[in-house]
Design a protein around this ligand. Structure first.
Ligand code: GLN
Length: 292
């Protein structure tokens, strides 16, 4: 019995879960119950349904210790996705790391905007994603457009590794090409659809964000310069060269950035032709085309 006690933590999974929820609530994590459950599922390698069947069982000492460590990190505001190394987007699982922005539901607005404008989903379109991070935008689009080819750039090699791995896991590697590039510098050719969710937080605002973002997301993926619009300027300066005739670009924007982006695109002879709000009613995506 003494031997066994060394290996098994006699508290049931349910008791561990309960005390984890309490720890997270004390740390003022709004999604305490959900996060505690997700992390327990991760430690045990179980789905939500499977977890229900083992709630009365004890955890092994290793499992209990791993769980305790994860809960401690979550209480320190590390996002769940960063702890479990993945995040769901557009119904698919994307690997993430400290080098990539966690895909967010808001960005699904951009996927919807693009798909709404494509009349023939079987067309052999050429897609480009500027600042791909985990690859969530380009890979979601490729999953919906079976004959499209995607190119995605990023300036962070570690992010490109994550995106390349995601393409392979999702069975999309043969249609996706990942390129190390400072925006368009290493890219030639023309694209039918260009998408980007560039860094758009004004530098001075980053420290004010939730600690999950300001402390754990890569600064390079957030920082949009003094007014938050610097990356759009860089992309738009190059876009006229790269967008095929009749093509369009779709950008994710931050709250209140519509007017600013409209001015930037107008300077390049482009116009905003559509916009789409996220589920919270905030305009998240602008579609731009050459002025007629
Ligand atoms: N394109 C990726 C996304 O939408 C990364 C964006 C970024 O790093 N700013 O999540």
């Amino acid at each position: 019995m003494a031997l066994l006690a060394g290996k098994i933590d006699m508290n049931s999974a349910k008791e561990h879960l309960r005390s984890a929820v309490l720890t997270l609530q004390q740390a003022r994590i709004p999604s305490a119950s959900l996060d505690a459950r997700l992390l327990l599922e991760h430690v045990l390698g179980l789905s939500r349904e499977q977890l229900l069947f083992v709630l009365e069982n004890p955890l092994s000492a290793t499992q209990a210790e791993r769980y305790r460590l994860l809960i401690e990190q979550r209480a320190g505001r590390c996002p769940v996705a960063k702890l479990i190394g993945q995040r769901e987007f557009w119904g698919m699982n994307f690997g993430v790391s400290s080098a990539t922005l966690d895909p967010r539901p808001d960005s699904e607005t951009l996927i919807e905007s693009v798909l709404e404008r494509i009349t023939d989903r079987r067309a052999p379109l050429k897609l480009l994603d500027m600042g791909t991070g985990s690859g969530c935008l380009i890979l979601s689009l490729l999953s919906e457009l079976p004959n499209a080819q995607g190119t995605a750039v990023d300036i962070c090699p570690q992010a490109l590794e994550v995106a390349t791995r995601n393409a392979a896991t999702l069975g999309l590697a043969s249609r996706a090409q990942f390129v190390y590039s400072d925006w368009g510098a290493q890219i030639s050719g023309c694209f039918d659809v260009i998408v980007s969710n560039p860094p758009y937080i004004p530098t001075a605002d980053i420290a004010e964000l939730e600690p999950e973002v300001s402390k754990f997301e890569p600064k390079q993926a957030l920082d949009g310069g003094a007014d938050g619009l610097e990356c759009y300027r860089a992309i738009m300066a190059w876009l006229p060269l790269a967008l095929a005739p009749g093509g369009f670009a779709a950008f994710e924007i931050g709250m209140g950035q519509q007017r600013g982006l409209e001015e930037i695109v107008a300077q390049q002879g482009f116009a905003v032709v559509a916009s789409k709000a996220d589920l919270g009613g905030i305009t998240r995506c602008l579609v731009v085309q050459r002025k007629e």
